[in-house]
Design a protein around this ligand. Structure first.
Ligand SMILES: [Zn+2]
Length: 203
């Protein structure tokens, strides 16, 4: 019995203080949030739920709501079809999320519609999921004018690279500076099975 108790006590000065096991876990979580002050965060554990939910042969999408210090709090999700997804703007939610269907010929890279959507709506950040992968794009230069023709060229280039077998991660490396420089969007890759830290601030 004595050894069991000892695991839960810590010496502070010359006193022993009782430390509950789950307190340590809470502290670890708090560290994650204080390190990324006020950012919208999806913990590994919550991400797993999204990964499972979004891994379909049709699109899903909607909005994520974050709370400061707590991360992802709730979401609103709409069903789409194999190649299409439509939903209205909702100012109550901070970030938009959608999946690309897990079917042959579909890449995680933002589509033409995704990029145009960032320019035409008030949406500041979008998170894209497919096959356990996640990419986010955020607006950096709100008033930059990019012609639809150039967006079409970039998305055609991405599609060609994908069809020619370029891996998702390599595609991201190749295109992130094109997105930044030419489209005014910052793009982030979120390693599988890790926390997702977005640019959006949790309010
Ligand atoms: Zn998309």
């Amino acid at each position: 019995m004595k050894t069991k108790v000892r695991k839960h006590v810590r010496k502070v000065g010359n006193r022993f203080v009782l430390v509950k096991k789950h307190n340590r876990k809470i502290n670890k979580k708090t560290r994650l949030f204080s390190k990324h002050k006020g950012k919208a965060i999806i913990s590994k554990k919550k991400r797993k739920v999204l990964d499972d939910m979004f891994n379909r042969d049709f699109e899903l999408g909607g909005y994520l709501d974050f709370e400061k210090g707590k991360g992802l709090e709730n979401m609103k999700i709409h069903y789409g079809s194999k190649y299409a997804l439509e939903f209205d703007d909702d100012p109550d939610y901070e970030t938009q999320i959608h999946s690309h269907p897990n079917i042959k010929g579909v890449s995680i890279m933002p589509s033409y519609e995704d990029i145009v959507g960032m320019q035409e709506t008030n949406q500041k950040e979008q998170l894209i999921f497919t096959r356990g992968l996640a990419i986010s794009i955020a607006e950096k230069d709100r008033f930059r004018h990019v012609s639809p023709k150039r967006i079409r060229q970039v998305s055609n280039m991405m599609q060609r690279d994908f069809v020619n077998g370029m891996k998702d991660r390599k595609m991201y490396e190749k295109y992130k500076s094109i997105f930044r420089r030419e489209l005014g969007l910052s793009m982030r890759w979120h390693d599988p099975n890790k926390d997702i830290i977005l640019e959006t601030r949790a309010v």
